[in-house]
Design a protein around this ligand. Structure first.
Ligand SMILES: CC(C)(COP(=O)(O)OP(=O)(O)OC[C@H]1O[C@@H](n2cnc3c(N)ncnc32)[C@H](O)[C@@H]1OP(=O)(O)O)[C@@H](O)C(=O)NCCC(=O)NCCS
Length: 143
């Protein structure tokens, strides 16, 4: 954990990456923050679970939330953004569950990447609100 903090706070650090393990310990993906700008306190979030057999089991959301707790709890970063695709409803849902909200939704120009047609943002405050809601739901799943 100390190394994590040291690496991020180093002025040369541009990216933080953490592996995602399946319950059995198999490495199945990663979650990361890149394009880190400590002056503006902003970074770009991304996540990948490479093995589809592990999709839709809640692992992506759980891994993202754990990582975001560290980012917002142990560093000075305040804003995160990400790009995703219209067709990637699973990813959008996963990000919404972590508190991200769409700030930009557009039809990309012909030469632009369809993978970057939606921009989502998450602030530290938004994440803390989403954590509070999450805890309420865990305490009372009927809500
Ligand atoms: C995106 C990714 C990290 C999500 O991880 P995951 O473990 O599959 O996600 P979770 O199980 O935590 O949550 C997925 C949610 O999407 C929902 N979902 C799945 N398919 C959906 C669809 N076609 N439409 C709407 N919602 C969908 C699930 O029901 C679940 O929501 P719920 O908990 O409310 O039921 C993972 O699927 C992945 O790595 N995909 C490939 C890489 C990628 O797309 N990365 C993001 C690029 S921006």
């Amino acid at each position: 954990m100390e190394r994590f903090q040291r690496r991020l706070l180093s002025p040369r650090a541009r990216r933080l990456i953490q592996g995602i393990e399946a319950p059995g310990g198999e490495l199945i993906g990663y979650v990361s923050i890149s394009n880190i700008d400590l002056y503006r306190k902003i970074g770009k979030f991304s996540i990948l679970i490479g093995n589809r057999a592990y999709w839709d089991r809640g692992l992506g959301t759980a891994a993202a939330r754990l990582f975001l707790r560290r980012i917002f709890g142990e560093t000075t970063l305040k804003y995160l953004f990400l790009y995703t695709a219209h067709f990637n409803a699973r990813a959008q849902r996963c990000f919404e569950k972590c508190g991200f909200r769409v700030v930009w939704d557009y039809v990309p120009a012909k030469d632009a990447s369809a993978y970057e047609s939606i921009k989502m943002m998450l602030t530290r405050e938004m994440f803390l609100r989403s954590e509070a809601l999450w805890r309420e739901r865990m305490a009372d799943p009927e809500r």
